[in-house]
Design a protein around this ligand. Structure first.
Ligand SMILES: [Zn+2]
Length: 88
C-alpha cells in the first residue's frame, strides 16, 4: 500500500493521531492535524507558509528532506499537485 501524505503540507499520515478531524470529530482521510481541525484549515494559511515552515523543520532536524535547495524545489513541484492546492 502506498503511503498517505497530508494533501496540504505533505506530512506522512502514518498513525491515526496524525490525521486531522472533520467537523464533528471524524478523522480526515486527507489532511494532518496541523493543517485541518474540525473541518477547517488555519485562517490565512498559504502554501508559501507551509513551504517556509517545512524548510525550517528540515534545517532543524538534520535535513530529512535533503538540502534546503532540494527540499524547496521538491515542495514547489509537488505541493501544487496536492488536493488542497490543485486548481480543479
Ligand atoms: Zn498537513
Amino acid at each position: 500500500m502506498d503511503k498517505i501524505f497530508c494533501q496540504s503540507c505533505g506530512m506522512p499520515l502514518e498513525h491515526p493521531e496524525d490525521h486531522g478531524t472533520e467537523a464533528g470529530g471524524a478523522p480526515s482521510p486527507d489532511y494532518c492535524h496541523y493543517c485541518y481541525q474540525e473541518g477547517r484549515f488555519p485562517e490565512g494559511q498559504a502554501m508559501e507558509d507551509i513551504i517556509q515552515f517545512n524548510l525550517r523543520f528540515n534545517e532543524e532536524n538534520g535535513h530529512p528532506m535533503g538540502s534546503q535547495a532540494d527540499a524547496e524545489a521538491m515542495m514547489r513541484a509537488w505541493f501544487p499537485t496536492l488536493k488542497r492546492w490543485r486548481k480543479a
